[in-house]
Structures are given as structure tokens and as C-alpha cells.
Ligand binder design. Structure first.
Ligand SMILES: [Zn+2]
Length: 89
């Protein structure tokens, strides 16, 4: 499987050479539901706030000047999906 490249771009326009090694979800709801089959089913929601990306070279880039690039906010994702839906009509 091809690794996902790190999205971080340094202030001098150089791309980080790392690849993603971890994604953490913030404020996601987890639940277990007991079903008629007698087993528990695990469910998880989309996170309510954001994802934090970690790469193989610099982790979450917290020590670099633009660590915000490693945070994915869901409001932005929903906005893009909404636009695509509008264009499809
Ligand atoms: Zn990186």
C-alpha cells in the first residue's frame, strides 16, 4: 500500500519528505450496542472537532512554524462535500 505523503509545507515551499504514520480523531463518540444476535456491535461517529495528522519525519510538526497544517478541521471537509453536491445537480 502506498503511504500517504505528509501534507506539511515549510515556509520556504519545501515539502516534508515524510509520510503519514498516525491520525488521531478528537471528540468522536464511541458506542457499543447489544444486538439481537447476542453480540456487541462497536460504532463510532465522525469526530466533532478535528483530526490530528502525524508523519514519519516530524510527528505532528509541533516544533515547526506552521503546525496548523497537520490539523484537519471537519467543517472544511463538509463545506467541500456540500459544494460538490451542488455542482452535481
Ligand atoms: Zn511531515
Amino acid at each position: 500500500m502506498t503511504p500517504f505523503p505528509c501534507p506539511y509545507v515549510f515556509p520556504d515551499s519545501r515539502r516534508c519528505p515524510g509520510h503519514l504514520v498516525k491520525i488521531e480523531a478528537f471528540n468522536a463518540d464511541l458506542s457499543w450496542v447489544f444486538g439481537e444476535s447476542g453480540g456487541w456491535t462497536f460504532n463510532h461517529s465522525q469526530p466533532r472537532s478535528r483530526y490530528q495528522l502525524f508523519c514519519s519525519e516530524r510527528g505532528d510538526h509541533a516544533g515547526d512554524s506552521l503546525p496548523e497544517q497537520m490539523k484537519c478541521y471537519l467543517s472544511g471537509i463538509y463545506h467541500v462535500q456540500g459544494r460538490e453536491a451542488l455542482n452535481g445537480d
